[in-house]
Ligand binder design. Structure first.
Ligand SMILES: Nc1ncnc2c1ncn2[C@@H]1O[C@H](COP(=O)(O)OP(=O)(O)OP(=O)(O)O)[C@@H](O)[C@H]1O
Ligand SMILES: [Mg+2]
Length: 192
């Protein structure tokens, strides 16, 4: 196994050991940290995710965004394009369905899709991060493929902000040419 898969395995195991109480506290602390970012207050279209596999839970942020009248989007596996994501508007009334990974995603008509380029900020999950904006995901390359245009065209939007438990930080990640760099990482302990 290479360095990336070994690290993925150990980090996923580590975050899965967090109890539901620890997860709930971390999720509330995350909201406090997120609200400190001017970038979030300036954003009208924010994509995030529903937690899986011990990921830091952004659902308190969903509630806050709704209260603030911001548009919230969730990733959906693209039905045609290999290992890419679509972003679909998420409200309290959105019908949900489970994808092939067992993760809940909106089951909404195509008119609720917002192109990745038209999102202001994307809060994305990760398995491990370093303090240089390096991100290791679950290994599917979904976020890397979907946002490759940012690197390719030096696009200013969307801003990619990784969310993670502080214990997911590593000294230095083995980064590949296709990995999209993060603008910031926000944990339950603070902002990088
Ligand atoms: N822009 C791209 N075009 C084509 N293939 C890509 C692109 N980005 C990544 N890949 C491929 O996807 C695979 C997985 O990438 P990687 O290991 O970086 O996943 P990850 O960042 O952990 O996953 P994710 O983005 O889903 O969180 C690699 O084999 C890589 O070659
Ligand atoms: Mg990657």
């Amino acid at each position: 196994m290479d360095a990336r898969s070994t690290l993925r395995q150990s980090m996923r195991k580590k975050r899965r050991t967090l109890t539901s109480k620890q997860q709930a506290i971390a999720a509330l602390k995350l909201l406090v940290e997120i609200k400190k970012l001017p970038l979030i207050h300036q954003s009208k279209h924010i994509a995030l995710y529903l937690p899986n596999d011990g990921e830091l839970d952004p659902t308190p942020i969903v509630q806050w965004c709704w209260t603030m009248k911001k548009n919230v989007y969730l990733p959906v596996l693209h039905p045609l394009s290999h290992n890419r994501l679509w972003f679909v508007k998420y409200t309290k009334h959105t019908p949900m369905t489970r994808n092939i990974y067992g993760i809940l995603e909106p089951k909404a008509p195509y008119r609720f899709i917002r192109p990745a380029k038209m999102l202001d900020t994307v809060l994305l999950p990760l398995v491990a991060f370093d303090n240089k904006g390096g991100r290791l995901g679950m290994g599917g390359g979904y976020y890397d493929r979907t946002f490759s245009f940012i690197k390719q065209f030096n696009a200013q939007k969307p801003r990619l902000i990784g969310l993670a438990h502080h214990l997911q930080e590593v000294e230095k990640l083995p980064i590949e040419s296709w990995d999209v760099p993060l603008t910031a990482v926000v944990t339950d302990h603070g902002y990088y």
